[in-house]
Design a protein around this ligand. Structure first.
Ligand SMILES: [Zn+2]
Ligand SMILES: [Zn+2]
Length: 263
């Protein structure tokens, strides 16, 4: 499985991805808003884009479909429940569906509500597993729930699905927010040495050169996986004394999400 991450260089700070079969050169494009950039990259690599996958229905993920379909004839895949809002969807997806790219690539569809209620993540169970997580999980952060989402469902997705994937899973999110998210982790957990080291490096880097993290690393630096950290819990209780001692993991997650909304 070949993976190409494409920095969109736009104000939304999108990351786009091409996933290609090394044998056939067929490729799937994830959320190709800046579709011309994705197409140029595919042509440079000698790949043919045959499928488009939308992780969810927001326009900053679906807005490139029309141009890409016109240029390539690619089929559009999306969550079955998002299809009517996106329009032009050829294949509606649900939990456990398998997406094949060329002869060698298989991607498993995870149903991951929270950022919206019809959001898909793709999981590749390869030697180095990979997760394409749209606006659900970001580097050192979590998606917001402002536009059709639900924070309780987002917690269930994190705790029930994402946290159970192998620690070696590489994380490929839909936007580049690394430095800002690390700053939030440090605001909530000032003694997180790993986050402190990484925030200095992230501030120096161009977005296109941001490192790819693993899920194991996210569990060290992402406040939304740090629900049992004594520092995180103690500092939350300073703001929300009513949450109990110790607060349960779900409450910690929801309060972190609430703080991050205004932070
Ligand atoms: Zn979104
Ligand atoms: Zn987005």
């Amino acid at each position: 499985m070949l993976i190409e991450r494409i920095w969109a260089a736009n104000s939304y700070r999108n990351f786009h991805y091409l996933i290609a079969c090394p044998e056939s050169g067929e490729a799937l494009a994830i959320d190709p808003l800046e579709w011309q950039r994705c197409l140029d990259t595919a042509r440079t690599k000698g790949w043919e884009i045959t499928q488009i996958l939308n992780t969810h229905e927001h326009l900053d993920h679906t807005g490139g479909n029309e141009g890409m379909v016109a240029a390539t004839g690619a089929r559009v895949l999306a969550h079955a429940a998002a299809a009517s809002r996106i329009g032009g969807v050829d294949r509606g997806l649900g939990r456990g569906d398998v997406i094949r790219v060329g002869r060698t690539v298989e991607l498993e569809c995870l149903d991951t509500p929270g950022h919206t209620l019809s959001h898909i993540c793709l999981f590749a169970q390869t030697q180095e597993p990979a997760l394409f997580c749209g606006d659900t999980l970001f580097n050192a952060g979590a998606g917001n729930c402002h536009n059709g989402g639900n924070p309780e469902r987002l917690y269930e997705t994190f705790a029930g699905q994402l946290a159970r994937l192998p620690d070696s899973t590489r994380v490929f999110p839909g936007h580049e927010y690394m430095a800002r998210n690390l700053e939030f982790t440090l605001d909530r957990e000032p003694d997180n040495a790993e986050a402190a080291t990484r925030v200095a490096a992230a501030r120096q880097r161009e977005p296109a050169a941001m490192p790819v993290t693993t899920l194991g690393e996210e569990k060290l630096i992402n406040a939304f996986f740090r629900l049992r950290s004594p520092t995180v819990m103690a500092r939350l209780r300073e703001v929300f004394p009513e949450i109990g001692d110790p607060p349960d993991a779900k409450t910690v997650f929801l309060k972190l999400r609430e703080l991050r909304n205004k932070w």
